[in-house]
Design a protein around this ligand. Structure first.
Ligand code: 5GP
Length: 192
């Protein structure tokens, strides 16, 4: 963390491309915080309200939009998702980089915002690899899985609008690449 204001680190990519593993690793660096989104999607097994998402009703989500509480928001896979503005602004002002794991529509909305931002698109090596990963993850039923896969080609078209595109052919290699691209330093490196 520095005394200057932090950056938005926007991470997007198709379903099961490795985005959540990436952000979980990024927030282990000092000075990096995660933006917990609001969503109307029900929690998955193991997800914790306030840590993974703020799970809210459709009514509450609408109130958040009307009250200008969201930095961006989008309808993804039939559910609403949005970035609470206040937490992001407070963390940026405190000098933290803030990771937003959001879809391509949300990232597009942020392109014109005045906040300092660096965007990373995580791409899978192939659609077959993605299908296999999604199947192995087992968090979606077959219908939901096909629905998610059907939008991948469209999502991939947005990759060129991002500052960086990384291929998740190997998780450790991909994470290391992003850490380097973002110039993140461990606590030990910061002290040196
Ligand atoms: P999941 O339901 O798998 O957690 O997320 C589905 C999609 O919603 C992912 O592409 C994820 O990046 C996106 N998403 C999560 N939070 C937000 C958000 O706050 N805003 C937007 N625009 N997309 C989000």
């Amino acid at each position: 963390m520095s005394n200057s204001s932090g950056r938005l680190i926007v991470v997007s990519g198709p379903t099961a491309a490795g985005k959540s593993t990436l952000w979980r690793r990024l927030v282990t660096f000092p000075g990096v915080r995660f933006s917990v989104s609001a969503t109307t999607r029900p929690p998955r097994a193991g997800e914790v309200d306030g840590r993974d998402y703020h799970f809210v009703s459709a009514e509450r989500f609408a109130t958040m939009i009307d009250g200008g509480e969201l930095l961006e928001h989008a309808l993804v896979h039939g559910r609403h998702y949005g970035t609470p503005r206040r937490a992001v602004e407070e963390n940026l002002a405190a000098g933290f980089d803030v990771v937003l794991e959001i879809d391509v529509q949300g990232a597009t909305q942020l392109q014109d915002c005045s906040l300092p931002m660096v965007s990373v698109f995580v791409a899978p090596p192939s659609i077959d690899v993605l299908r296999e990963r999604l199947g192995r993850r087992g968090t979606e039923d077959p219908v939901e899985m096909e629905r998610r896969l059907s939008v991948v080609a469209k999502e991939m078209e947005h990759a060129r609008h991002y500052h960086h595109v990384v291929i998740n052919d190997d998780l450790e290699r991909m994470v290391a690449e992003v850490v380097q691209l973002l110039g993140l330093q461990t606590a030990v490196e910061e002290e040196e």
